[in-house]
Design a protein around this ligand. Structure first.
Ligand SMILES: C[S@@+](CC[C@H](N)C(=O)[O-])C[C@H]1O[C@@H](n2cnc3c(N)ncnc32)[C@H](O)[C@@H]1O
Length: 274
């Protein structure tokens, strides 16, 4: 069992239903309360289990929540951000192998592939996720774009432990790193640094504003699983140089980290040798 998965794997479905989200002012602050000087400016990082990780793949709420996630990825600009990071990382030039950690149903990578297909030609991509969620239609869509994909159903930490270091390999993670508390995140990024030349991640930006904005998820039709996981994800998200602080300390890596748009936080690590 992976470190990031510990709480999820030990929680039964009745526990999940028993811990339905608290929709109090404490759980999600109102936008109007953001100027309150009594409220500490920084939001402490807190990692808690997400419902989607615990529901069976075929559960109707999980299916709908994954559809919400596709919409949110588009609204938050993650398809554009990741496509930009992949181009900057050299996909289609130096990079020959792409690994998506916590790839989910693969539709985010597919949207990115559609953006990049013309410029980057044949790509070999490995999609790693604990759940096997990639549909036949998604696989076929990748094939039509000349993307050769391998689906791996495994815990990312287990997969990384057995992975061979890949020359010309880029790894990406979208809405995935925030699942990990401090020590497991450090371990995960340490393994990533040993296994690739470029790594890029797109995560929720942790701030009171973004937490308050989670209320909007209901207005745009997101279901209770997405609304719950949205707030949990923001509280577990990142700010400042928090991902860089968990990356192995070495001059051989060039690290870039910054907020992006209203809701997101980007990180990129590029090997410069040494
Ligand atoms: C919020 S979803 C994001 C999915 C996808 N990257 C996207 O943006 O659509 C997080 C994914 O991480 C996977 N996951 C969580 N912890 C994992 C672990 N330790 N190993 C492998 N997959 C994991 C879950 O199964 C889920 O599909």
């Amino acid at each position: 069992m992976g470190l990031g998965a510990q709480s999820a794997n030990t929680t039964s479905e009745s526990d999940i239903l028993g811990s339905r989200p608290v929709r109090s002012a404490e759980a999600i602050p109102r936008l109007t309360s953001l100027g309150n000087p009594a409220m500490p400016r920084t939001l402490p990082r807190r990692v808690e289990p997400e419902w989607l990780d615990q529901l069976p793949a075929g559960d109707p709420d999980a299916i709908r929540s994954r559809r919400d996630l596709q919409r949110l990825n588009r609204l938050m600009g993650h398809v554009d951000s990741m496509a930009r990071l992949l181009r900057r990382g050299g996909l289609g030039l130096d990079i020959q192998r792409l690994v998506d950690l916590g790839a989910g149903d693969g539709t985010l990578l597919l949207s990115i592939a559609r953006r990049l297909a013309r410029s980057c030609g044949h790509v070999r991509a490995i999609l790693v996720d604990r759940q096997e969620l990639v549909s036949a239609a998604t696989r076929e869509a990748f094939r039509k774009l000349d993307w050769e994909i391998e689906i791996v159903a495994a815990d990312v930490l287990d997969w990384l432990a057995a992975a061979r270091p890949g020359e010309r390999t880029m790894m990406v993670a979208n809405l995935f790193l925030h699942h990990f508390a401090e020590a497991p995140l450090r371990a995960l990024l340490g393994r990533v640094a040993e296994s690739c030349e470029t790594f890029a991640a797109c995560e929720p930006h942790r701030s009171r504003f973004v937490l308050a904005a989670c209320r909007w998820m209901g207005w745009i039709g997101c279901n209770s699983v997405t609304r719950h996981d949205g707030a949990i994800s923001v509280r577990a998200g990142f700010t400042a140089r928090e991902i860089s602080d968990h990356w192995p300390k070495s001059e051989a890596w060039r690290l870039d980290e910054s907020p992006a748009g209203l809701f997101s936080h980007l990180f990129m690590a590029r090997w410069r040798g040494g």
